[in-house]
Design a protein. Structure first.
Length: 423
């Protein structure tokens, strides 16, 4: 099939490359010319395991990037993968969705053939029917039936997105239109997993609910972890015993300093905001965010309990990315922690295998180091903020600290003499 993907961010780029791998002809439409150039030169503008290999395999063959909407005219399926960033009240900003819809419509105005427009971006229920459908049709000067509409949420984790695309647990295709559903099912036909057909708005809600549920599992584990810490019980032992109940599941039960990233905090806030707009007060969702905001404060409280006043102290921060295998620092828990350390007169030496350059822009006064050992030199304490596997091997490097106070916000170290935020 001929596929156009609007947006060359991590969802659009990964989805585009994977659809090419599945045998489709794909054009990724991206407004940033530097990204277009990089993609066409087979250089991924983001770090994602396996992405460079896919670009090398398919660019110049079944995959290309473009700044124009020209390829939309001949596409069978057009995926909208643009961002839906939060407004100041937590609601989703749909302006990129609106402009993409208008541009798609304009590109299809003189095209007589059928195509399907698919929303992959995370959007509040009703967006595809009330904003995308009319936006595309009006701009195309067409009526219902001439263009099909589908909502097909993504469940890709940054850093593992290609594996998640190729081996999903399920594919959700929301559509009332059989022809549109069949087009999208066909694009995925090589992936042998259950395909769930739903209404447009149920598909939109499935994405929000999945992310909110996963975020809830993490905040729940953190709350249990905070209780376990007081009782001198290892929350990881507890959650192993709990998670093996197949009704609960073993994943997303790792207690720590809380969830970050561009999705969970934004999507839970957006769900709260849309619940409020219809007169609901979602108690659990509020608690999910409250626990998440408090975890970094607990880490700092623990640090103060161990080393006292922070003024003049040197704190080594290991890990800046919001999780391992990414250079992304959006909503990273390292941010509020570093901010508080600096505000209280501490000096910070930081190390991350990938995210140093991104964090340098936010905190230019931090000393950024080329290794964990370098960051630990003469430090009064060390805070572990990201679950990078390489941190599991750190041991002798801790001898370079002035005082051996090591507090984990993520459970990853394997040496003795450390303390965890909830263990
Ligand atoms: C998340 C979802 O997992 C994807 O399914 C979804 O498609 C994506 O959001 C999205 O909406 O686009 P992502 O934000 O990339 O993916 O990262 P996760 O692996 O889910 O981790 C999120 C945060 O939770 C990280 O800060 C991680 O350290 C933290 N986490 C994760 C925990 O604190 N404990 C856990 O047990 C698991």
């Amino acid at each position: 099939m001929k596929i156009a993907v609007i947006g060359g961010g991590y969802v659009g780029l990964v989805s585009g490359a994977c659809f090419a791998e599945l045998g489709n002809d794909v054009t990724i439409i991206e407004i940033d010319p530097a990204k277009v150039l990089a993609i066409n030169e087979q250089q991924p503008p983001i770090y994602e395991i396996g992405l460079e290999d896919l670009l090398k395999k398919h660019i110049g063959n079944r995959l290309c990037a473009s700044i124009t909407y020209d390829s939309v005219a001949s596409a069978d399926i057009i995926f909208i993968c643009v961002g839906t960033p939060p407004n100041s009240d937590g609601s989703a900003n749909l302006s990129y969705i609106e402009s993409a819809s208008a541009m798609i419509g304009a590109a299809r105005r003189t095209v007589p053939t059928y195509c399907v427009v698919v929303v992959k971006s995370t959007v509040p229920p009703g967006t595809t029917a009330k904003i995308v459908c009319p936006g595309v049709l009006q701009s195309a000067h067409k009526t219902e039936g001439e263009i099909g509409f589908v909502m097909n949420p993504e469940f890709l984790r940054e850093g593992r997105a290609i594996a998640d695309f190729m081996h999903p647990d399920r594919i959700v295709i929301g559509s009332a239109d059989d022809r549109a559903f069949n087009y999208v099912a066909e694009a995925y036909h090589k992936i042998d997993v259950p395909v769930i057909r739903t209404s447009l708005s149920a598909a939109e809600m499935i994405k929000y609910t999945s992310n909110a549920f996963l975020a809830m599992k993490i905040s729940f584990s953190n709350e249990i972890g905070n209780i376990c810490k007081q009782l001198h019980i290892d929350v990881y032992e507890v959650m192993r015993g709990v998670g093996l109940d197949h009704r609960i599941g073993t994943q997303f039960l790792n207690a720590g300093v809380g969830f970050g990233g561009s999705c969970f905090p934004k999507d839970v806030s957006s769900l709260i905001s849309l619940a409020k707009a219809i007169g609901e007060d979602p108690l659990i969702l509020h608690a999910v965010l409250k626990v998440n905001t408090q975890q970094p404060n607990r880490l700092l409280k623990l640090l103060r309990a161990r080393i006292g006043n922070l003024n003049g102290k040197k704190i080594a921060v290991l890990g800046l990315a919001f999780k391992d295998n990414t250079e992304d620092i959006r909503d990273s828990k390292a941010i509020p922690v570093i901010q508080e350390l600096l505000l209280n007169g501490a000096s910070v030496s930081a190390y991350d295998p990938m995210a140093v350059e991104a964090m340098r822009k936010l905190f230019p006064t931090v000393t950024y180091c080329h290794s964990a050992g370098h960051a630990l030199d003469g430090a009064d304490a060390c805070l572990v903020m990201t679950e990078w596997p390489e941190f599991g091997k750190i041991n002798k490097e801790f001898e370079r600290m002035k005082t051996r106070v090591i507090i984990e916000g993520r459970r990853i170290l394997s040496c003795n003499g450390t303390e965890g935020i909830c263990w």
